[in-house]
Design a protein around this ligand. Structure first.
Ligand code: BGC
Length: 774
């Protein structure tokens, strides 16, 4: 009965209803209460039986709030039953009149749903997904998604277009920042944790969001890392490496799937019946709803697979695109397509069934206002400052930071004396939030400069100079400012580069140590922000080189959304931290690490290349006939002759203020029986002075198989906290399942023979042991 009282209140306190509120949707609520969840299908079948064709097509329409349509017109469209949901409205007050129009004015009173890109936080912004993955802490990933859901649901949002689980092996792709890295196993774990966090015990709960796993599929493999480009890939590679994370998200119960913008082997995902029907529905048994990406049905014309809107709509509905996002093709074309017999109404009914099913699962038939609440209770604090989860954001950011270098134990710094805090990203409240920062407000974020000042307050002194602009390239600045149309993202310091560097060097000379924040402004690692260079822009390289001449300890703090080719920095920094975009509490968290209040434990979820030409550098590449072997004569081996081979930093890499040792691997048996288990264990010891966490990583190599297999693949990991001198035995069970892969016939099998097990603290330095699968 909560719904009735909510509706009555909403009717009285929000906009005036046209009909008596007690009749609104109460039929649904009563049905649900009388019959329980099992009657979902009956409720939906009954509705579909009563819907006109136009009302059905309306349910397939998802409108982007803002440019697409002014609010009064939108309300009329909803009341006419021509809209199924919206996205981009992010407060209860914005969503309430829309829901009112649906459940009080439309003929069938079918509730709307409200979606948003809640990717790595909502009001509170957590580190970008690449940063969260660097924690290798799935409890943390789940917790950040849970908090994001609680905050977004309290803003009247029902669904999120997340998690983004595209494997990316090409860091030129700007959306690398949005995903969890390059590894199928780690990304799958993150996908699962994230879906569990967003949806909680059920997507119907008032504090849960329905998760839409995206972008299905293979979006991270776009050619040359150029956004929106084509993907041409073997089925083996798809099944083995790129598809598992989507599957993991769906197996964790995600209610929705967002379809990718790219084509796959010549067929756009949006018109790909093999992908959306044969694989997703038949093979994987997905029962939820699919949504196209922004304008993607229309884009079928530009892909060149449809010659007009009619063909585009027909292809999409036949392929299995349920909801059309920010696109008018369904609305314009489906009525005549159905009336002419070109599209059977049964196809429309299938799509409507999924949309209504998703709304049911979001709990909206039981109570359309369950996340919108009543106007009288709308929070007075519109900025949500009192509702931010700052402590959790700080904790997540601390865990996402990766220590790349630490010569002569430069870090941790002492909390005394003078620290020069320099660099274009030092005082960057916008950038530290990262791309897709949802409802996060830059003015609420803690910059590194602020974090350092807070940490040193009363103990030492911070002296500041900006030192450089992120870039001096006016074309790039123009591009970055075009990306965000609300306010300029990048504000240039008008002084000359020379003046800024001189000031920075003077500042640095006066300090005991230099902390310099460099990298990319957040728009450089964003949708549509593909790059041809992964080095720091020239303005920042010049700054670093000038600071180096001072001879003061140089601590480089990287802020970026993808691997960068930081060769000079690796060789010249006394210490270097990868902090990604660390979120609302980023500045505090980075200071915590710099001063040793947190011992860094992050590990890279992506390999760092030495140069653009070396891409791809993913660690789990296939074996070859002429591999390059370090230390052996290099002619006629697979390498680039003018550059050192291997990544600059390998997958899984990350240092600590303490040191760890890993023992030889102990195997419980050298033979694994089918249906049996053997255990591989190592003893990890903290051999240094500080308590610290590390991630023990477990890799497998299939020595001989019927097809070429990777050099190694991650199959498990464990994060352990050890006091100085403490040891712990870490055990990884190995079963037949651990060894399975897709053979040439796409059968998921484990073939008999030898396997190498590798255990270590990154993918490159491992202990090895061999066993045989019988
Ligand atoms: C992006 C999606 C996003 C959608 C809605 C598109 O441009 O590709 O990831 O969910 O916009 O904001």
């Amino acid at each position: 009965m909560r719904m009735l009282s909510t509706l009555a209140l909403a009717a009285g306190l929000a906009c005036a209803p046209l009909i008596a509120p007690t009749s609104v949707s109460s039929a649904y609520a009563a049905d649900i209460q009388a019959t329980g969840k099992s009657d979902k299908q009956a409720l939906i079948a009954d509705l579909i039986g009563r819907m006109t064709l136009d009302e059905k097509i309306g349910q397939l329409r998802l409108i982007s709030i803002g440019p697409e349509m002014p609010q009064p017109q939108l309300i009329k469209e909803i009341a006419a039953g021509r809209v199924g949901g919206t996205f981009n409205s992010i407060t209860q007050a914005e969503n309430r009149p829309l829901q009112d129009a649906a459940v009080m004015q439309s003929r069938l009173k079918i509730p709307m749903f409200f979606a948003y890109d809640v990717v790595h936080g909502h009001r509170t912004v957590f580190p970008i997904s690449l940063g969260l993955a660097s924690s290798w802490d799935m409890g943390l990933v789940e917790k950040t998604a849970r908090i994001s859901a609680v905050e977004a649901a309290a803003d009247g949002i029902d669904a999120t277009f997340a998690p983004m689980v595209d494997i990316s092996r090409d860091p030129r792709w700007g959306r690398t920042s949005e995903g969890f890295g390059e590894d199928p196993y780690l990304v799958s774990q993150c996908a699962r944790a994230s879906v569990k966090g967003f949806q909680g015990a059920s997507p119907a709960n008032a504090d849960s969001l329905m998760a839409f796993v995206k972008h299905f599929a293979l979006y991270g493999a776009v050619e040359g890392g150029r956004d929106y480009n084509t993907v041409d890939m073997s089925l083996q590679r798809m099944y083995q490496d790129y598809l598992p994370p989507y599957r993991a998200g769906l197996d964790a119960g995600a209610g929705g799937v967002m379809i990718a913008l790219n084509s796959i082997n010549g067929q756009p995902a949006t018109s790909n019946r093999w992908l959306l029907h044969d694989l997703l529905r038949k093979e994987w048994g997905f029962k939820g709803v699919t949504v196209s990406d922004h304008g993607a049905i229309d884009e079928l014309l530009r892909h060149g697979v449809a010659s007009n809107g009619r063909e585009a709509a027909k292809l999409a509905i036949e392929a299995g695109v349920d909801i059309s996002m920010a696109d008018t093709r369904y609305l314009e074309q489906l009525p005549t397509l159905v009336k002419s017999g070109a599209v059977p109404v049964a196809l429309i009914d299938d799509a409507v069934r999924e949309v209504l099913g998703a709304k049911y699962d979001m709990g909206l038939f039981a109570d359309p206002f369950r996340r919108i609440g009543v106007a009288a209770q709308d929070p007075a604090d519109v900025d949500a400052e009192s509702r931010l989860h700052r402590a959790e954001a700080r904790e997540a950011a601390r865990k996402s930071i990766v220590l790349l270098e630490n010569r002569n134990q430069t870090l941790p710094l002492r909390k005394s004396g003078k620290v020069a805090v320099i660099g274009p990203l030092t005082d960057a409240q916008i950038d530290i939030l990262g791309s897709w920062s949802a409802a996060g407000k830059p003015r609420q974020s803690v910059s590194l400069l602020q974090g350092m000042r807070d940490a040193l307050a009363g103990k030492g002194e911070v002296i500041y100079a900006r030192g450089a602009n992120v870039t001096d390239d006016a074309r790039v600045v123009g591009y970055l400012n075009f990306l965000n149309w609300d306010s300029p993202e990048v504000v240039q310091d008008k002084r000359s580069p020379g003046e800024m560097i001189d000031e920075a060097v003077r500042t640095a000379r006066d300090a005991d140590a230099i902390v310099v924040a460099v990298g990319e402004s957040r728009g450089m690692s964003h949708e549509a922000s593909s790059r041809t260079s992964l080095s720091l822009p020239g303005s920042q390289e010049a700054l670093l080189k000038a600071l180096k001449t001072t001879g003061k300890p140089l601590v480089v703090v990287l802020m970026n959304g993808r691997p960068l080719t930081v060769n000079w920095e690796k060789d010249n920094a006394d210490a270097m931290l990868e902090t990604w975009y660390a979120g609302t509490e980023g500045g505090h968290a980075i200071a915590d690490v710099l001063f040793g209040d947190e011992n860094p434990s992050g590990k890279l979820p992506v390999s760092f290349p030495r140069s653009i030409g070396q891409i791809p550098t993913y660690y789990n590449h296939l074996r070859i006939g002429r591999p390059f072997t370090p230390g052996k004569p290099a002619n006629y081996t697979s390498q680039y002759f003018e550059e050192e081979s291997g990544p600059l930093y390998p997958f899984g890499y990350g240092l600590s203020y303490t040191t760890f040792s890993v023992s030889e691997i102990r195997l419980s048996s050298p033979k694994l029986a089918r249906n049996g288990t053997i255990n591989a264990s190592v003893t990890v010891k903290n051999t240094g002075k500080y308590a610290g966490e590390t991630v023990v990583q477990f890799y497998v190599q299939d020595v001989t198989a019927s097809v070429v297999r990777p050099v190694k693949e991650l199959k498990g990991f464990r994060k352990v906290l050890l006091a100085p001198g403490e040891s712990r035995a870490i055990e990884f069970p190995v079963t037949e399942d651990t060894l399975k892969f897709y053979n040439a016939r796409l059968e998921y099998v484990a073939e008999p023979g030898d396997f190498n097990l590798q255990i270590g603290l990154d993918s490159a330095s491992v202990r090895e042991a061999r066993f045989t699968l019988e």
